[in-house]
Design a protein around this ligand. Structure first.
Ligand code: ZN
Length: 288
């Protein structure tokens, strides 16, 4: 099928979409938006694959989010209004489970993740446990020749990271040591210098709806090569302007495209074309 936009990082596999997920999927299709749903643990990875098998314009990634490597509370957005709050058990990344899931996906698993480091929820897991899960996922990605979706979140303001370095420096060091496949650093909020270091070893970065209301991203969005970026929603989180405060949905990624074009003073059609090319380059299984 053909689509005109791609949301490279969404979570239609989360309980926030349990009730009306099909309507959201139909809206995204009607708006010409393809979607990659990203797994955060075994259950949501399985759900992402199940959705991709049912809908031509949906794809999946499978993996273990660093905060799921320890027992953790779940954000309200994930549960959804009236949803049942849940406290997930800590999970271990087992290659056999995820390899099997990949084999059952009929080619619709386009990458491994999201994996990486999360220092914001420090009480929820130790660095060593997150690192072990991260490395195991890199090894599986290498084995299957699939790209990686990288999660990075620094410590709360005023708090130290467990290594004393930035989360970007830590992720970069692990990728350099272990990864033989390309990767995308999602929800990028680092510096231009750090972005350049990712670009040098085969990485890309992606921007969310945050760039539609946080001016602090403008310089970075303008400076990075258009060939090395992606647009995403990270839905149900961070709806872009003019949908702030609502539950985010994949078709809203069009606003992220629009803002990238506006900030860079480039034609929307140029940005749209290039971002589709970028997604196809990193995820060759996408068909559009
Ligand atoms: Zn995510």
């Amino acid at each position: 099928m053909s689509f005109s936009y791609i949301d490279t990082h969404a979570h239609l596999n989360l309980p926030a979409f349990a009730e009306d997920g099909e309507a959201v999927i139909a809206r995204s299709k009607a708006e010409g938006v393809g979607v990659i749903n990203i797994g955060t643990q075994a259950e949501t990875s399985s759900k992402a694959v199940a959705l991709a098998l049912l809908h031509e314009h949906l794809y999946a990634m499978i993996g273990l989010h660093p905060i799921q490597t320890a027992p953790s509370a779940v954000a309200d957005e994930e549960t959804g209004k009236g949803g049942t709050p849940r406290v997930p058990e800590a999970e271990v990344f087992t290659k056999d489970f995820y390899r099997q899931l990949y084999q059952e996906s009929n080619g619709k698993v386009v990458g491994i993740g999201e994996c990486g480091f999360d220092y914001f929820h420090t009480e929820m897991g130790s660095y060593a446990v997150q690192e072990a899960a991260f490395i195991a996922q890199i090894e599986l990605a290498n084995e299957l020749a699939l790209p990686l979706m990288i999660h990075t979140r620094g410590p709360k303001p005023g708090e130290e990271s467990p290594t004393g370095r930035s989360v970007y420096a830590d992720v970069l060091a692990v990728l350099k040591q272990y990864a033989t496949v390309p990767f995308n650093v999602h929800f990028y909020a680092g510096t231009y210098e750090e972005a350049k270091q990712f670009f040098e070893i085969g990485g890309t970065i992606s921007f969310t709806g945050v760039i539609t209301f946080a001016k602090v991203y403008e310089e970075l969005v303008r400076a990075v090569p258009l060939e090395l970026i992606h647009a995403e929603t990270d839905c149900p989180y961070v709806a872009p302007v003019p949908y702030r405060g609502k539950r985010c949905e994949p078709w809203m990624v069009k606003e992220v495209y629009k803002h990238i074009a506006a900030i860079r003073r480039e034609a929307e059609s140029v940005v749209q074309h290039q971002l589709l090319e970028n997604a196809k380059r990193l995820y060759p299984q996408l068909s559009f």
